[in-house]
Design a protein around this ligand. Structure first.
Ligand code: ZN
Length: 208
């Protein structure tokens, strides 16, 4: 998921007001170096139309140095792209691996073989963007809280509960590992508008 504007990311207590993985709307506000780094990172991230985004990633069974390097690279790309989450499929790797950092002060979290153990019945709607869908921001309804299990880069078991933005990011990235995009989670009319925004963003890649 993408988020360039850090401030709006603050979790609001008002329901339905959580912004997630927001595409950057005002590139002029980024300094030249940050923007150049972001553009370079985005070139490594697969965009809609690439079949790998529709593929189902495979479980990881080898926890070696290569996996840890893969995770590290994903974390760097996500950071440089000003994202808050990234799935391995988005960099063309069919591994069930995701990384996220919801807030700048948080450590990078990597989840290997993530599995949703539980989702709250309570849903929340909030705007999401996606590093693979430049220019698209859509309201997506998701479970407000989730419990997830997985492994870290060393193969050690992890289990965590999340709510709000973190829960949203985890659900968004697990979707990627199953070939599901935010376009699949919105009504048809919203999808049409999103596709138009995507075409417009692609027509002017320098500002994307
Ligand atoms: Zn995404």
């Amino acid at each position: 998921m993408e988020e360039a504007e850090r401030e709006p990311l603050e979790l609001s207590s008002e329901e339905g007001d959580v912004e997630v993985e927001r595409e950057h709307d005002a590139p002029a506000e980024l300094d030249a170096e940050t923007r150049a780094r972001r553009d370079a990172a985005l070139r490594h991230i697969r965009k809609l139309g690439d079949p790998v985004l529709r593929a189902t990633a495979l479980p990881v069974d080898r926890f070696d140095e290569r996996l840890r390097q893969e995770i590290e690279r994903m974390g760097e790309l996500m950071h440089d792209a000003l994202g808050v989450g990234l799935a391995a499929t988005q960099v063309g790797v069919l591994h069930r691996v995701l990384v996220y950092r919801a807030y700048p002060e948080d450590p990078l979290t990597a989840l290997v073989n993530p599995l949703l153990l539980w989702s709250s019945e309570e849903q929340q709607s909030a705007e999401e963007g996606c590093l693979s869908l430049p220019g698209v921001h859509v309201e997506v309804e998701r479970a407000a809280r989730v419990r997830v299990q997985g492994q870290d880069g060393n193969g050690d078991a992890l289990e965590l509960e999340a709510e709000g933005l973190v829960a949203r990011i985890i659900q968004h990235e697990i979707d990627h590992l199953d070939g599901v995009l935010i376009l699949d989670r919105i009504p048809r009319q919203a999808r049409k508008e999103a596709m138009r925004a995507l075409r417009e963003a692609q027509a002017q890649p320098s500002s994307a």
